[in-house]
Design a protein around this ligand. Sequence first.
Ligand SMILES: *[C@@H]1O[C@H](CO)[C@@H](O)[C@H](O)[C@H]1NC(C)=O
Ligand SMILES: *[C@@H]1O[C@H](CO)[C@@H](O)[C@H](O)[C@H]1NC(C)=O
Ligand SMILES: *[C@@H]1O[C@H](CO)[C@@H](O)[C@H](O)[C@H]1NC(C)=O
Ligand SMILES: *[C@@H]1O[C@H](CO)[C@@H](O)[C@H](O)[C@H]1NC(C)=O
Ligand SMILES: *[C@@H]1O[C@H](CO)[C@@H](O)[C@H](O)[C@H]1NC(C)=O
Ligand SMILES: *[C@@H]1O[C@H](CO)[C@@H](O)[C@H](O)[C@H]1NC(C)=O
Ligand SMILES: *[C@@H]1O[C@H](CO)[C@@H](O)[C@H](O)[C@H]1NC(C)=O
Length: 482
Amino acid sequence: MVPLKVAALIFYILSSFLTTSKSVDEFSYNGFRSANLSLDGMAKITPNGLLKLNNATILEKGHAFFPDPIEVKNSINASASSFSAYFVFAMVSGYQELGGQGIIFVLSPSKNFERANPALYFGLFNQTNSGNSSNHIFGVELDTLKNIEVEDIDDNHVGIDINGLKSISSKSSGYWDNTDLFRNLTLNSGHPTQLWVEYDGIEKQISVTLAPLHNSKPNRTLLQISYDLSSVLKPTMFVGFSSATGPIQIATHYVLGWSFKINGMAQPLDLSRLPKLPRTGPKKISKVLTVYMPVIVVVSVTLAIWGVVCYVNRRRKFAEVLEEWERDYSPQRFKFKDLYKATKGFKDKEILGRGGFGKVYKGVMPRSKVEIAVKRVSHESRQGMREFVAEIASMGRLRHRNLVPLLGYCRRKSELLLVYEYMSNGSLDKFLDNQPKEMKECGGSSLSAFAVNLEFRNFASDFQCPIYWSNLWLHIQICLVL
Ligand SMILES: *[C@@H]1O[C@H](CO)[C@@H](O)[C@H](O)[C@H]1NC(C)=O
Ligand SMILES: *[C@@H]1O[C@H](CO)[C@@H](O)[C@H](O)[C@H]1NC(C)=O
Ligand SMILES: *[C@@H]1O[C@H](CO)[C@@H](O)[C@H](O)[C@H]1NC(C)=O
Ligand SMILES: *[C@@H]1O[C@H](CO)[C@@H](O)[C@H](O)[C@H]1NC(C)=O
Ligand SMILES: *[C@@H]1O[C@H](CO)[C@@H](O)[C@H](O)[C@H]1NC(C)=O
Ligand SMILES: *[C@@H]1O[C@H](CO)[C@@H](O)[C@H](O)[C@H]1NC(C)=O
Ligand SMILES: *[C@@H]1O[C@H](CO)[C@@H](O)[C@H](O)[C@H]1NC(C)=O
């Protein structure tokens, strides 16, 4: 007896479970990532959860349906139940004026539309069955093409369709805002838009309401008609979307989220959880590419060239000639850059004198603030340069009251710079007046003497002191002979 009771109980539980799970009367999708929809044709779910109803293939169809049939009729008196659908869609077109066909939200007794045609038939009907009451199809179209064949009012409208595409009621897309002003909405603007489709089974009223994404549901509907769907709907129907492409297809149609309920208000969607639309934009990108990119490229190339030119100029301006053998003379070596700074760029104002061998500039060393005189001597050949530099270097070590102390040198291409301690004109005169007496001291190698002689002669001539110079020259020549 007991096992029989248990069996009956199990049967009861199972049967009640089976009957309640037989028909779903409510669902909600905040994005379709894990949704188990029945898709065909071009329709697919993108990796981020968008329901994409079409692609750029022309004259093609795409359908997306909730997989299970839904009971839409009261089983006792066979009248159509109230239902409510709410979804967020977007029609993304690169060019505002051109779209494709559009989207149609549909209640259909079948999910099979193999014999239906694309283009103006929206993938739901064909030329023989459009308008035939045996179709049992209820739909709300979002149409972005004006098809004269089906008496479309314009190329941006919402229509209620029963069994065919000649809408029984349609209006230009728009909504009533909370100040009771009618505002136009462009369906293929690329912006997500909310749509509510409601059927009141008691009042026998169909209403359609549109609004931009973050607006609350307007109090006034866009379309409202009295119509009894009891004769249109079958006891169970499939709920979903159909989309088709025409001979030209530019817009892509997406559904971002969708909820549906029999005998009640469809659940609101969590707008923050809806998947993001792909970044489009031939338009945006093209603006960036055509306006900003060339400017950025031109500016950066110009800056780069300018930088390179500056760098090369600077390198050339301060370029020196430094050979391996000169490493030994590095203490006597001056940087051209420092001399350039010291003489304020070899300004004419800094010229102390001119001579056959070159100009002499006054300068102040940038760091040490030591006053110097710099002579620029042009030289063409490298011959004897090594010996000459050696002599200059050794001269730097010579200290003689009769000699203007040579501090060092610098070499550039076809130019030699000799750096002396600076002596004011007065002290030079004094210096030149005290004619050398101990001539022997300038001895050593004759070459050294020659260098001293040469440099001294140059220096003196640079200061244009020919009278004193001739005296000196005589003495030095004596020294040379010795
Ligand atoms: C469009 O979708 C269909 C079906 O998924 C696919 O076969 C076709 O290659 C797609 N076309 C383009 C251009 O993406
Ligand atoms: C998806 O729905 C179909 C049709 O109802 C069903 O056969 C299939 O098992 C479902 N798949 C998943 C993963 O739920
Ligand atoms: C059908 O029955 C439901 C409740 O069972 C009721 O709400 C509805 O008004 C009835 N429709 C008609 C046409 O009698
Ligand atoms: C139109 O569609 C109906 C229903 O699917 C089908 O029976 C009929 O053969 C189709 N007509 C043409 C011309 O394809
Ligand atoms: C409507 O379709 C049915 C079945 O496909 C067909 O028998 C009937 O003739 C069609 N009616 C019209 C007016 O085309
Ligand atoms: C709807 O009407 C209520 C009360 O009349 C008002 O407070 C609300 O702002 C209206 N909402 C919209 C979106 O128009
Ligand atoms: C709104 O759309 C209608 C119909 O397309 C048009 O006549 C009207 O000028 C539009 N209004 C605005 C403000 O754009």
